[in-house]
Write a protein that binds this ligand. Structure first.
Ligand SMILES: [Zn+2]
Length: 674
């Protein structure tokens, strides 16, 4: 051996896996019993029967893996790796409650570079142990994801998330795009990391934002990673707002000029499949996540028939809750059988292809990974092929091995993993990540999140604030309520008393839904649909009004601050916000122990009495039905002294209206309902 070759040998170690069954996933789908894979440095240099290949590389270090399977590293085509920290925190909720009520508020509070780093390392540990060698990510602080993945020795496409609204790492999408530009410049050309631009989804994007994402991707020739057509609602909203389904809309923006990786595509039309196929866009199918969030089942068989490369993803560990590609492969193979009533719909070999070579095609990385072939990077997994679940070994034809891989094998069978020629798992032990440290750091963050959530769940105000649209501000109000038998008399006084000026009169129908909780100390939430039927301008006559109902959400303060004479009370903190989500959303989010409904007609007078503004409501309840009507007098106040003065004026008004003390009532209308 010459000096030159021996130096070559120290620079590029030459080694071989031999005598195991090699599942190549090459174009011929060769399965080689007693095969060998020879690796030099980062690359595979030879694959074939051990008896033919090994003699050509006498200097190679040989690792005997007989009774094992040698397969290409598995490819997780879509995930959000730092979300491993949120695994198991909130489950069994509808997508909006899960995302808007929990994930996003928690992310706003906790996602920072440390969270992303430790969450990524935890996911890398899990994925390496499960035979995943490449993942395609989308998250915030993606530079931290890339750094941690490279440290763990994993191959990754790292997509920096771009949203039209503020995110944990940016106040605006301009800021996200600037971050993405720096991030791409830093990582472009790295041997393991492919930086990418990740506009989150059509419903979190503007046209302009999408165009800028596209320009950035084209300028640096990096992929675009995006969620497309995940839910029926997303598609319906897109039709309503843009007149097109999401994928056709993306086409009008020329998005597919870039190398696109589209996650989900659950609700997708045939003409959209043709667009994806024509532009060679890849699709990431996420069976568990789509089932768990009840989004549906992607038409994988049809998409593959249309010529689309479909890979398999786990999606983020908060909606799965693991990153186990064996489980996903199995579901990918089983779901079309059940959905189409056809056991031949997606054979095991095809499901395994989706997790390897097809996944590589979907990620536009099939020139370097996805199969065991000379010239490709050495991303190799060695799987135990023993134990009761793996016995016996039928070798009637090659289908037997795919049946084992898809229907029987599990992540726990993975013994050794190499990525880019570097061993990252040996005998089930991850070599590149400090396991104990990752457990300790992520547990610490989990405990902080737990404290935050426990505190938030115990306070209706904090829960209300968490979903946004509400400013924390204190308001005080004096109010008094009375039963009245003759509402016409009150209206006469309002119209005729020289000291009372009617500023505005409206007639409303109000549908109130109250959420009650065990004990009243936390307060009550009221969801109101307020229909203004008729209104007056200044001193004018009532005129019909055709306006949309107004929806509000109000936290009725838990305590009465103090009580004056005549049952006049000073209440505190009645927080009100526009109700932007559905009643169903709030019911599932707040989980009240009781729900009560009150429906009433309200004559609402805004008056000025001795220079002070009051609201005078004359209410007639139709649910629960009440024979009599109610009078309410209310006024905003800011100080104890002001409250005292206004309580005095309210007493004067009660006298003017002829209200006797025994007619005064305390409490809310909700107390009348059962
Ligand atoms: Zn996702």
């Amino acid at each position: 051996m010459s000096q030159q070759t021996s130096q070559e040998k120290t620079q590029k170690p030459l080694w071989a896996l031999a005598y195991g069954t090699v599942v190549t996933m090459d174009a011929q789908r060769r399965v080689i019993p007693e095969g060998a894979v020879v690796v030099s440095g980062t690359d595979i240099v030879a694959v074939g029967p051990a008896s033919e290949v090994l003699p050509r590389y006498p200097e190679a270090d040989v690792l005997d893996v007989r009774d094992h399977l040698v397969i290409p590293g598995l490819i997780n085509a879509h995930t959000h790796v730092p979300m491993s920290i949120l695994r198991g925190l909130v489950d069994d909720q509808r997508l909006d409650v899960w995302l808007l009520g929990y994930m996003m508020p928690i992310e706003r509070e906790f996602v920072d570079p440390e969270f992303v780093r430790w969450g990524t390392l935890l996911s890398c540990l899990e994925m390496i142990r499960g035979g995943i060698t490449t993942f395609c990510d989308m998250y915030y602080f993606e530079d931290q994801v890339a750094t941690a993945a490279a440290e763990a020795g994993m191959r990754a496409i790292c997509g920096q998330t771009i949203l039209k609204f503020p995110s944990p790492d940016a106040q605006s999408y301009d800021e996200s795009l600037a971050y993405a530009r720096d991030f791409i410049q830093k990582w472009k050309g790295h041997e393991l990391i492919t930086p990418a631009v990740a506009p989150h989804a059509p419903y979190t994007a503007t046209d302009d934002m999408m165009r800028q994402c596209l320009e950035l991707a084209l300028e640096f020739d990096v992929p675009v990673h995006i969620h497309l057509s995940e839910t029926r609602k997303e598609v319906e909203d897109n039709y309503r707002e843009r007149g097109l389904p999401p994928i056709l809309w993306a086409e009008t923006l020329d998005l597919f000029r870039a190398r696109v990786i589209a996650a989900h595509c659950v609700h997708i039309e045939e003409r959209e499949m043709r667009v994806l196929a024509g532009h060679r866009a890849g699709v990431a199918h996420n069976p568990t996540s789509n089932l768990k969030l009840a989004s549906g089942v992607a038409p994988v068989v049809q998409m593959r028939k249309a010529g689309i490369a479909v890979g398999i993803g786990t999606d983020g560990p908060a909606s799965n809750n693991d990153q186990d590609l064996f489980e996903e492969m199995r579901l990918a193979a089983l779901l079309p059988k059940g959905m189409l009533g056809d056991p031949t719909a997606l054979p095991a070999q095809e499901a395994f292809a989706m997790a390897t070579i097809e996944g590589a095609r979907a990620l536009h990385l099939d020139h370097i990974i996805g199969s065991l072939e000379p010239g490709k990077r050495a991303d190799i997994v060695v799987l135990a092929w023993d134990g009761p679940h793996a016995w016996p070994h039928h070798q009637v034809d090659e289908h037997n091995v795919y049946s084992h891989l898809v229907y029987t094998a599990h992540a726990g069978d993975v013994r050794h993993v190499w990525i880019n020629g570097r061993q990252v798992l040996r005998d089930g032990e991850v070599l590149t990540v400090d396991v104990e440290r990752v457990y300790a750091e992520t547990q610490q963050i989990a405990e902080r999140i737990g404290q935050f959530l426990q505190k938030r769940e115990a306070s209706l105000l904090d829960k209300l604030l968490a979903i946004g649209g509400l400013e924390r501000s204190e308001t005080f109000e004096i109010q008094v309520k009375a039963r009245i038998t003759n509402p016409a008399h009150i209206e006469q006084v309002l119209q005729n008393d020289p000291d009372i000026e009617i500023v505005k009169h409206t007639v409303r129908q109000q549908y109130d839904t109250y959420f009650l909780f065990n004990g009243r100390r936390h307060g009550i939430i009221r969801y109101r649909e307020d229909n203004v039927i008729r209104t007056t301008e200044e001193r004018g006559a009532l005129a019909p009004l055709d306006v949309e109902p107004i929806y509000t959400l109000t936290l009725l303060g838990p305590t009465h601050e103090r009580e004056y004479g005549n049952s006049i009370i000073l209440s505190r903190s009645r927080f009100t916000a526009p109700a932007v989500y559905s009643l169903r959303f709030y019911r599932e989010y707040f989980q009240p122990t009781q729900v009560r409904e009150v429906v009433k007609w309200r004559n609402r007078y805004r008056i000025r009495y001795k220079g002070v503004d009051f609201a005078v409501n004359i209410d007639k309840l139709s649910k629960p039905a009440q024979e009599i009507s109610f009078l309410e007098i209310k006024s905003r106040t800011w100080s104890q002294e002001d409250a005292l003065r206004k309580a005095g004026l309210a007493t004067e008004l009660l006298e003017k209206f002829g209200i006797r003390p025994e007619a005064l009532v305390r409490g809310e209308y909700v107390d009348l309902a059962d």
